[in-house]
Design a protein around this ligand. Structure first.
Ligand SMILES: Nc1ncnc2c1ncn2[C@@H]1O[C@H](COP(=O)(O)OP(=O)(O)OP(=O)(O)O)[C@@H](O)[C@H]1O
Ligand SMILES: [Mg+2]
Length: 248
């Protein structure tokens, strides 16, 4: 699944923070989205998922042979198409245990039945097995309880997105606050799903080693515009990227 942006802009009180002439995201397995602080990376993912209302422009989703504009949709409808975004800021799931939080993320709305107020919903064995597999891979300090640290909350946010089985997963600085070995494990899981053809990924990261070692295509955003895109090697060698971002 791929998203194409055309003439996509976002302004706040007349100041334009995003201005994408023409670009597409999600067509290359794992893609990187890099750029300085304040470049507009999170705003771009927000506009692509309709969590942020763009000022002008269009975003289309292309899935197999069908292309449709997202601009009249709400963000939950975009999510139902399979475009799912992790959050840059830590999310709190304080009222749900880790397992319930994963169960709730994975339960489609038609199964969230009002009758379950009186009657326990049927146990979804397949989902429970999937949750067991995730929890054995990512050890939480209290797996039967709640996500405790900032790192655990960040990890739970990522796992909640993955268990939904997205077609396009947008990750906003997933590794910030995660220990290195957990980051490696998250990227391994993501890569497995991409290799299996289950999803494509766009990942915002300031950790460039992670970008170079995991991405097959990279977009460079600066002052709201995509100034360069290409393979990691081409991006590394690009003079504009070096001048504006890598402090050369
Ligand atoms: N709600 C808002 N109101 C006004 N300005 C905003 C708002 N949200 C973002 N901005 C501005 O838009 C610009 C782009 O912000 P954005 O968060 O998209 O950058 P970013 O590339 O994700 O940065 P970082 O790497 O620090 O996360 C910044 O100058 C920011 O101050
Ligand atoms: Mg950001």
């Amino acid at each position: 699944m791929k998203l194409s942006a055309t003439g996509l802009t976002k302004s706040y009180t007349g100041h334009t923070v995003l201005d994408i002439a023409n670009a597409s995201f999600g067509g290359h397995g794992v893609e990187g989205l890099i750029g300085p602080n304040g470049a507009g990376k999170s705003t771009l993912l927000g506009c692509l998922t309709r969590r942020i209302e763009a000022t002008t422009g269009d975003v289309c989703v292309d899935d197999e042979d069908v292309s449709q504009s997202l601009m009249s949709m709400q963000s939950f409808e975009v999510a139902r198409l399979g475009v799912i975004k992790t959050n840059q800021r830590i999310q709190n799931f304080d009222s749900l245990t880790i397992r319930d939080s994963l169960r709730m993320a994975a339960t489609p709305p038609e199964r969230q039945d009002w009758r379950s107020v009186w009657r326990a919903p049927p146990v979804d064995e397949e989902l429970e097995t999937e949750i067991d597999a995730l929890l054995s891979r990512f050890p939480f300090s209290d797996p039967k309880g709640y996500a405790n640290s900032g790192g655990e909350k960040k990890l739970l946010d990522i796992l909640r997105c993955i268990i939904v089985k997205p077609k396009l997963l947008l990750m906003d600085e997933p590794t910030a606050g995660l220990p290195d070995e957990i980051t490696q494990d998250v990227m391994k899981l993501v890569q497995e799903k991409v290799d299996a053809g289950d999803m494509t990924v766009v990942i915002i990261e300031h950790d460039l080693d992670l970008i170079w070692s995991n991405c097959s295509y990279v977009h460079f955003l600066s002052e709201g515009a995509i100034l360069f895109e290409g393979t990691p090697d081409a991006v590394k060698k690009n003079r504009v990227v070096a001048e504006k971002y890598m402090g050369v």
